[in-house]
Design a protein around this ligand. Sequence first.
Ligand SMILES: Nc1nc(=O)c2c([nH]1)NC[C@@H]1CN(c3ccc(C(=O)N[C@@H](CCC(=O)O)C(=O)O)cc3)CN21
Ligand SMILES: O=c1ccn([C@H]2C[C@H](O)[C@@H](COP(=O)(O)O)O2)c(=O)[nH]1
Length: 283
Amino acid sequence: MKQYLALCQRIIEQGHWVENKRTGKRCLTVINADLEYQVAANEFPLITTRKSYWKSAIAELLGYIRGYSNAADFRALGTKTWDANANDNTDWLASPHRKGPDDMGRVYGVQGRAWSKPDGGVLDQLQKVVDDLQQGIDDRGEIISFYNPGEFHMGCLRPCMHTHNFSLLGDTLYLTSYQRSCDVPLGLNFNQVQVFTFLALMAQITGHKAGVAYHKIVNAHIYEDQLELMRDVQLKRSPFPSPKLLINPEIKSLKDLETWVTMDDFTVEGYQHHEAIQYPFSV
Ligand SMILES: Nc1nc(=O)c2c([nH]1)NC[C@@H]1CN(c3ccc(C(=O)N[C@@H](CCC(=O)O)C(=O)O)cc3)CN21
Ligand SMILES: O=c1ccn([C@H]2C[C@H](O)[C@@H](COP(=O)(O)O)O2)c(=O)[nH]1
């Protein structure tokens, strides 16, 4: 929590105003942030200075793991976070590649589970990493990349968290995740939960201990219409201690994640938080 607050403070004190063409808004921006989550100690990086909808964040992650490309599938898991990008983005609505309402196109999970190969067929990046890690293999390329510039025009948004790189040291699993663009009041609140939970889940299904998750962010910003709430409300509050994330120990394989897992398989213990803040969302 301290590192999140420090990043917000840094943006406010040192940020540069940058015009963003896609959203038509200005963003107070800094470049480069390095966050770390202690997954071994189960210090769940949940924001405590406002209510965080952590189930929605884990539902998003599960949707990526399953390779979903439709906002309705995400809603069925318990999150509405893709509704606006799939249905309210004028460029995407006009795209010949959009298959209809709720279609997100070839984003995130589609790239992770079904990357199109130029010589035909698809590549399942996540399955490869799981298979290797289960056998204790780290070939120094245990990477899942959602970043496929040749298909940006076929999706509603370029991936923000675009690369997840797993590493094994002995029987401890590490994760380094890369993010090119970060909406600190809204997106980071979710992305922290996702990086932490992805490592915890991958360690559990591949039979390793979880170590540290490293989260590397390039462009970290606060939109102009979020600034007052962040500076004058959220940053005035004192954080509470980190809660713990409990994952159903019956989740033992990628198949389990793909088939029966729901948000009921995740609980958070000891979540003390300040009241909710509704930040404006930019499409
Ligand atoms: N501008 C922008 N910021 C983002 O963080 C973002 C995007 N766009 N587009 C793609 C995804 C969707 N994500 C989202 C979308 C909505 C919320 C959101 O509205 N969160 C609220 C309520 C969540 C709920 O009730 O489930 C929050 O208070 O955290 C968060 C992340 C993250 N991403
Ligand atoms: O997981 C996510 C997904 C998206 N975001 C934010 C970061 C930006 O504010 C927008 C995406 O806009 P671009 O113009 O494509 O950079 O969504 C996030 O923080 N986390």
